[in-house]
Design a protein around this ligand. Structure first.
Ligand code: AMP
Length: 306
């Protein structure tokens, strides 16, 4: 099934306890579409960059079968830039800079060839733009998933709540779920957030896994305990791309299949954190993936009855 990913295609400067990078490529749509490309060979990207964005990196996305017909390149303008520094526990970070640049007046264009798309991933981006994308789709997609972050809660809460009301699945982290709902208990937070619109909610808890909520149903997937964690940037977007990519591949949006999608999303995110930026997720083999999924199953499987 076809899958549209919208979000940022960006430059990031990252500092973790294990090192520091200058401007490397990142962005929610970069991570999300690369992750989804491991499941769907019909991934379509909508985003904007400036003329400073390297054509080799656009070619890299295309080499993963991602259509860049919807990627606007603004002459004389600069790409979105984000800088972040992780704390020693790597589960929390400070944003050092968010330079919207081309994103400030991004008017998303949906190419004709993208119309009729089945699955939509609204990656972390201005909620107004996320909403505009949905309004410009001529046919209602089978499933719309949205990811966001505290930045938009701080700067555009009303628009954010409006867009959340239009989607089927929302994915956010635990701190953001608390901020959005005003509740400490994640169960209470989930109930409040699902009342805002999304039937399904995913609360990501970094190295502590992810919770999947739908009505009264809850599923928990751990994160794989890893020996090497260098850079958590993009793990959430990679998770989301893997999750919706798996749904698009199987074309099954039941709760049971979403549980499997959470495992696939978590498996992909576990690759993302092993190297800086997109370095690891651009070269995942089928064997790598099968091995990770096996490790997930071993991690949670119990022999016999308790
Ligand atoms: P994650 O670690 O999954 O939260 O995603 C990190 C990615 O999100 C980085 O590659 C950034 O370029 C991108 N990013 C950071 N801030 C924003 C923002 N306000 N809107 C959209 N994307 C952002």
């Amino acid at each position: 099934m076809s899958l549209l990913t919208v979000g940022t295609v960006a430059f990031d400067a990252i500092e973790t306890p294990f090192g520091k990078t200058d401007k490397i490529i990142g962005g929610s749509a970069t991570y999300g579409s690369l992750a989804a490309s491991y499941f769907s060979n019909d991934v379509k990207l909508v985003a904007v960059v400036g003329d400073d964005f390297p054509s080799a990196d656009i070619a890299l996305l295309e080499s993963h079968g991602i259509s860049t017909d919807g990627l606007q390149i603004k002459q004389g303008e600069k790409s979105f830039f984000w800088a972040g520094k992780y704390h020693i526990d790597m589960n929390s970070r400070d944003t050092l800079a968010t330079e919207l640049n081309v994103l400030a007046d991004f008017d998303p264009v949906i190419p004709d060839s993208y119309q009729g798309v089945d699955y939509v991933m609204l990656g972390n981006l201005s909620p107004q733009v996320q909403k505009t994308v949905l309004e410009r789709l001529e046919k209602k997609p089978k499933l719309v998933m949205m990811d966001t972050m505290n930045f938009w809660m701080d700067t555009a809460m009303d628009a954010l709540v409006e867009t959340i009301g239009m989607v089927d699945v929302l994915s956010i982290n635990d701190a953001e779920a608390r901020q959005l709902s005003g509740e400490y208990s994640l169960v209470k937070a989930a109930k409040k957030i699902m009342k805002m619109g999304p039937e399904t909610l995913i609360i990501k808890k970094g190295e502590n896994g992810a919770l999947l909520f739908k009505q009264d149903l809850v599923f928990f997937a751990p994160a794989l305990p890893l020996e090497e964690v260098y850079d958590p940037t993009g793990a959430g977007d990679t998770f989301a791309g893997g999750f919706i990519g798996y749904l698009a591949k199987t074309d099954d949006i039941t709760f049971n299949n979403m549980k499997k999608a959470v495992i696939y999303g978590s498996a992909l995110a576990s690759f993302a954190v092993e190297k800086f930026g997109t370095e690891r997720i651009i070269k995942i083999t089928e064997d790598d993936m099968a091995d990770r999924i096996e490790r997930f199953i071993d991690l949670v499987q119990l022999e016999g009855r308790i």
